[in-house]
Design a protein around this ligand. Structure first.
Ligand code: SF4
Ligand code: SF4
Ligand code: FES
Length: 248
């Protein structure tokens, strides 16, 4: 059995440092297995968050060799083992301890978004009719596991710390789910511009590249939402019409 070095961030908000651990590596292992092995044998107090070990709960987000990844879905045969595997917490949120960050800001942000508001049922038995094409459009967004890796990589949050002004790609995906839902009647376009900060996104597509669910965040969610904002507020004809529709 081969040995590999894992360089893991240890510390809290007061400070910390990377610490090297050796772990035994066998076929089929993922980074989370190595972290668990180290936790069990050498560092019982090493804090990490995980739940499903199947890429579905979104808990085990970390940065592995500088890349935002799920620890449970990063196989060790995808990582060079002739040098230390560097594992550190995601950077866009406050550190609690070791690999665990406080992502509660995301849950507070979600509550600021107007919820789903369906139209009255289409049929007397209380059911609706939707075209498959409209259903398919939002289905992609519903794959989100709230791992917040896209939030971590977005420079607006990570580098510029505009958490008060910008909801981040995860919640632009959520807004797209609601705005493009064929039954939804709510209007969130003004909030997209004024409160949720869509204008801060400059379409770098970094969020799309790290999404473990392969959601096409920028092309399918953010750009169509930006188009709605532009159509509503910056299209000359719409601006003229708004003179007769106060409130926007
Ligand atoms: S495309 Fe927009 S939301 Fe995604 S990482 Fe870039 S700035 Fe952030
Ligand atoms: S959109 Fe993708 S990267 Fe962002 S939270 Fe959802 S699953 Fe994670
Ligand atoms: S432990 Fe659930 S996504 Fe990794």
């Amino acid at each position: 059995m081969a040995q590999a070095t894992f360089r893991i961030w240890r510390g809290d908000q007061k400070g910390g440092q990377f610490q090297d651990y050796q772990a035994e590596v066998s076929e089929g292992m993922v980074v989370l297995d190595a972290v668990h092995q180290i936790q069990a044998t050498q560092a019982n107090d090493l804090a990490c968050r995980w739940n499903c070990k199947a890429g579905k709960c979104g808990s085990c987000s970390a940065e592995i060799n500088g890349q935002p990844r799920l620890m449970c879905m990063t196989r060790l045969d995808q990582v060079p083992l002739d040098q230390p595997v560097v594992i550190e917490p995601i950077q866009a949120f406050p550190l609690i301890k070791d690999l665990v960050t406080d992502v509660s800001w995301n849950y507070r942000v979600k509550k600021t978004i107007k919820p789903f508001k369906p139209r009255p049922p289409d049929a007397p038995d209380g059911t609706w009719r939707m075209s498959q094409e409209d259903v398919d459009r939002v289905q992609e967004f519903r794959k989100c596991i709230e791992c917040f890796l896209c939030q971590d990589v977005c420079h607006v949050l990570r580098d510029h710390h505009l958490h008060e002004e910008f909801v981040g790609p995860r919640f632009l995906v959520h807004l797209a789910t609601l705005e493009m839902h064929p039954l939804d009647t709510e209007d969130r376009v003004k909030e997209l511009r004024d409160k949720h900060g869509i204008g801060f996104c400059n379409i770098t597509k970094c969020c799309t590249k790290v999404c473990p669910e392969h959601i096409t965040i920028t092309d399918n969610a953010i750009i169509p939402l930006k188009e709605r904002v532009v159509d509503r507020f910056y299209d000359p004809l719409t601006r003229l019409l708004r003179l007769f529709r106060p409130g926007d």
